[in-house]
Each structure stands twice: as C-alpha cells, then as structure tokens.
Design a protein around this ligand. Structure first.
Ligand code: GRF
Length: 204
C-alpha cells in the first residue's frame, strides 16, 4: 500500500520505516514523506534515500486546521497515498481529517497508552514513579492518542534514569515496533471489534 510518513522533526521513526520498506516483500511502500515544517531534519534523510518529499507549512494557517489539512490532502492525493504513518508529527488533526483516514492512519506515541497521552511523556513517567514505560502504535481517531492500540513495547525504568536515558531506551523499541505495526495494517491484518484492534492472519 502506498504510504505517506508525516513528520515534524528528526525523523528517526521515519528512518526505521524507510529501512523496513526497503525490503521488496514489505507490504507498505513509502510514497511520500511530508513535513509541516521546512526545517524538519528528517526531510534530508528521506531525500537521501530517494523518497519523494513535500513540505506543507502549518504555521501560515494559524488556527485554520482544516485549511492546513486541505493543503496536505492535495499532496497526499497527488502521490496516490492510501495509508498514513504519523511519526513525530506535532499537529493535532481535525475530526474531518481523522475520519476520512479512519483505519488507515497510524501514530506512534512514547508511552504505554492509555497512560500519559500528550506531551512530555518521559518526564511524566519519571515523576509518577512507574516502573514500566514504553511506546504504543495506535490507529488515529479524533481524540489525541486515544485510538485503538495496535502494538506496544515496554521498557523498565531504572534507578538513576533521567529523561534522556529513558527516551533513548524507549526510542529503540519505537524503531522496532512501528515497522511491525505498519506492516500489519498494510497487509490487511487488522480489523476492529468493539473499538479495539484485532490482528488477524489473512486467509492463505
Ligand atoms: C518519538 O518519540 C515519537 O514517539 C513521538 O515523537 C518522537 C519523534 O521522534 N511521537 P522521531 O522524529 O521519529 O525521531
């Protein structure tokens, strides 16, 4: 399936998806990397890998989220995109956009959802004193970080951890988890039952 990766920054998850998709047997083809900021470092990395890139600056749209999304949609259409993987994409999407892409848009979040939705997850996990932390890949619904969970990976929180150490431990798992979860969706192995994701093996 033709997949767009949406980024706002560094793009290390993007890079993990590109690496997985370089294998011809991988079920998603990365057709576009789209950033909402021209200074997103991931853009250069995608271009170096020979992937088409686009920038739709969100800032000029201000509070006009639907206007920004219409501009993004034009790029997505132009590249024949069928699936979207949000990878460090720092814009909240409207209900209109999320419903248009229901079941076809994934996000990676650096916590074990439903714990710690939103920002600063590593600092909040440390402050809460939890012993396990991690990351989640989920389908995107209008509620931020609330969609059906596809996959999770847990890491321990260790004595002496600071935010950077914990973030690095989680990130390593993100890079492993996201390619696996995108593959399930792209291969049509995910169905929804009672609002939860069920991973099924397609009939042979
Ligand atoms: C990741 O921790 C991701 O889970 C979160 O933002 C960070 C993006 O990092 N949503 P990168 O741009 O993929 O390196």
């Amino acid at each position: 399936r033709r997949t767009a990766i949406l980024i706002s920054g560094r793009g290390s998850n993007m890079a993990a998806l590109l690496a997985a998709a370089a294998d011809p047997s991988y079920p998603a083809e990365i057709a576009l990397v789209l950033a909402n900021r021209a200074d997103a470092a991931g853009l250069a990395r995608a271009a170096a890998a020979g992937i088409p890139t686009a920038v739709v600056e969100s800032r000029p749209f201000g509070k006009d989220r639907a206007g920004f999304e219409a501009a993004m949609s034009a790029e997505l259409d132009r590249h024949g995109v069928e699936l979207i993987a949000l990878a460090g994409f720092m814009r909240v999407l409207t209900e209109g956009f999320t419903s248009a892409w229901a079941g076809r848009m994934l996000n990676i979040h650096p916590s074990l959802l439903p714990a710690f939705p939103g920002l600063d997850t590593h600092a909040r996990a440390l402050a809460a004193g939890v012993r396990l932390h991690g990351c989640s890949v989920h389908l995107v619904t209008p509620g931020v970080d609330e969609g059906p969970i596809l996959a999770q990976a847990a890491v321990p929180i260790l004595e002496g951890d600071d935010e950077a150490a914990l973030a690095a431990r989680v990130l390593e798992q993100e890079h492993r988890l996201y390619p696996a979860a995108l593959a399930w969706v792209a291969a049509g192995k995910v169905t929804l039952q009672d609002g939860r994701a069920v991973i099924v093996a397609p009939p042979a």
